[in-house]
Design a protein. Structure first.
Length: 560
């Protein structure tokens, strides 16, 4: 993974976050590290002591040290620095001579090695980007050939009133690339009495768990089958905060960056603003962690949340069930409709024995470890061993129970008939070691369902992502006839015949684009893209269009 110290510090990682993972390291490793440190310190003192003992004096006057000792280890240090410089120069030579298969992250980092990684880090410290490559597709002369969309010139920043229509350009490009044919639309009546709305963002929950039989999440699987969903929901990023941003503001974050890192000082126009200002909603933001993590204390109000509930209001890593129950009690007591955005935490890593024991003791003593045989292809392909998978499944079973309890409590409080519930995964988790088309879907897909009190249960498309959730929700509460798309939103309502039926994911310097026809993957930093898989047979001209257009979308959304 292309991690850096800059990434860690700018992401506002708190010490408690790292302490959560301390028990994942075996005790003997800690002992070994302290032994090495102790031996190193001892050798330094022994060396100093020897040096003092060996000093020679004549008649009480210390003799001058030999000239060669005056330089100490300087020659060694110079040699070390020279070797490092040579190593970085060799790394630079590798990096500026890219290989066509470097769209694949494993291949790229495997070939540039540690020195290449260090070189790119040093280069980035001085605020420079790796120069564009001659082999890149995203060159200006190519971009000029692409559709301009209402002849709107892309400017910055997009969120100002005078610039709010600029996203129509990128939306049109998305639609032209992805839409095969006009989809069948669903008739929506809208809501005269505005419903309560719950967004429950699941933490580290993939869709491949539904392939396991029996699945550790039977309630969620049944809920998806019986309500609005899509065939493949692929998120727009691989971090929790970026999933929140894309969901609430219908935008793509900058590649390889957290929105808290790049834009905490900016202004936003998001779904909570619209619900609050246009329809009188009370907007609430709930998460059982510190508000400073990912700058949520700053971003929450900027995204339109009036009230925020974090630690210490909730105990750190409090059960998602407790947080959801708290929201329901607030909805019950409210005189206005409530929009509650709950960020899940109970299924967050680490998924080891220590964390499992704590969760079982506090919340679910009666929930056993998964005991069934693991699907052969899952067990052979995923980076966990069998015991690790079964331990992970316990956390997913726990989340499934919280989802079931959510709907039981809504029914008991008389809120089920006037509450829309949107449940979706934040990002992919646990990689599959072999690069195959099936593993691509298994790795990237996350759950997504909209539970509408009006009992809608239609498949809304083949592909969708976080940016489509906010426009879809507004379409539902306004109705088909009254709905007006929001100019500042990049996404499209799933009830619209113009939905592009695609998803674009930016993750740690890489891009994955998928629609009904193709899967395109790219190394954003190197600007190398590849048609990885074809869902249908494509002509050379169609392939070229994909390899020109995806870099364009990435480049323009990064600029915004």
């Amino acid at each position: 993974m292309p991690l850096s110290l800059k990434w860690a510090t700018e992401s506002k990682m708190t010490p408690s976050f790292f302490l959560d993972f301390a028990n994942m390291i075996p005790w003997y490793m800690y002992v070994l590290v302290f032994c090495i440190i102790g031996v190193s310190i001892s050798l330094i003192f022994v060396g100093k002591k020897k040096e003092l003992i060996q000093e020679v004096s004549f008649c009480g006057v210390p003799l001058e040290s030999p000239k060669k000792r005056r330089f100490g280890n300087v020659p060694l240090m110079i040699s070390f620095i020279c070797l490092q410089c040579i190593s970085l120069l060799l790394a630079r030579n590798i990096i500026v001579s890219p290989k066509g298969e470097w769209w694949n992250g494993k291949v790229y980092f495997g070939e540039i090695g540690l020195s290449g990684h260090v070189y790119t880090e040093i280069y980035s410290v001085f605020g420079k980007d790796i120069p564009p490559l001659d082999t890149a597709y995203a060159q200006e002369e190519i971009l000029e050939e692409l559709p301009s969309g209402n002849d709107v010139v892309v400017k910055y920043p997009w969120y100002r009133e005078e610039e709010k229509g600029n996203y129509s350009q990128i939306r049109n490009v998305f639609r032209e690339l992805g839409v095969d044919e006009e989809k069948e639309t669903v008739t929506l009546e809208g809501y005269e009495e505005k419903p309560n709305i719950i967004f429950y963002q699941l933490e580290s929950v993939p869709s491949w768990v539904f392939e396991q039989n029996p699945t550790p999440m039977p309630y969620l699987k049944k809920l998806i089958e019986e309500n609005y969903h899509v065939e493949h929901f692929i998120p727009n990023g691989c971090s929790t905060i970026n999933a929140e941003y894309s969901t609430l503001c219908s935008q793509l974050s900058r590649e390889g960056k957290h929105i808290s890192e790049t834009s905490s000082g900016e202004e936003f126009f998001c779904l909570p603003h619209i619900l609050q200002e246009k329809y009188g909603y009370m907007t609430k933001y709930l998460h059982a962690s510190e508000p400073e993590f990912y700058n949520r204390n700053i971003l929450g109000p900027k995204w339109g949340f009036v009230e925020s509930y974090f630690s210490p209001y909730f105990e750190k890593k409090e059960s998602d069930g407790v947080v959801l129950a708290n929201l329901i009690s607030q909805m019950k007591a409210s005189s206005t409709p409530v929009f509650g955005h709950v960020i899940g935490y109970s299924s967050h890593a680490p998924h080891g024995d220590d964390t499992l024991a704590v969760m079982q003791e506090k919340y679910a003593k009666d929930l056993p470890l998964y005991t069934q045989d693991i699907h052969k292809e899952i067990q052979q392909g995923i980076e966990l061993d069998e015991y690790g998978i079964k331990t992970y499944f316990w956390f997913l079973s726990f989340i499934d129970r919280q989802i079931e309890n959510l709907f039981i409590e809504l029914e008991q409080e008389g809120l089920a008939e006037n509450t829309i519930v949107v449940i979706y995964g934040d990002h992919r988790y646990y990689n599959f070691t072999e690069e195959t088309k099936e593993n691509f879907y298994w790795y990237n897909e996350v759950p997504f369902v909209i539970v509408d009190p009006k009992k809608g249960n239609k498949v809304l498309g083949d592909y969708a992502s976080n940016i489509d959730i906010a426009p879809t929700l507004l379409n539902m509460i306004e109705g088909q006839e009254s709905y007006t798309p929001v100019d500042q939103f990049l996404g499209t309502s799933l009830f619209s015949k113009n939905h592009p039926n695609s998803s674009l994911l930016k993750c740690m310097g890489y891009v994955d684009y998928v629609d009904t026809k193709a899967i395109v993957q790219g190394n954003i930093e190197r600007r190398i893209y590849n048609m990885s898989y074809e869902n249908t047979s494509l002509s050379p001209e169609q392939k070229e269009k994909y390899l020109k257009t995806i870099p364009y979308i990435v480049q323009k959304t990064d600029a915004f």
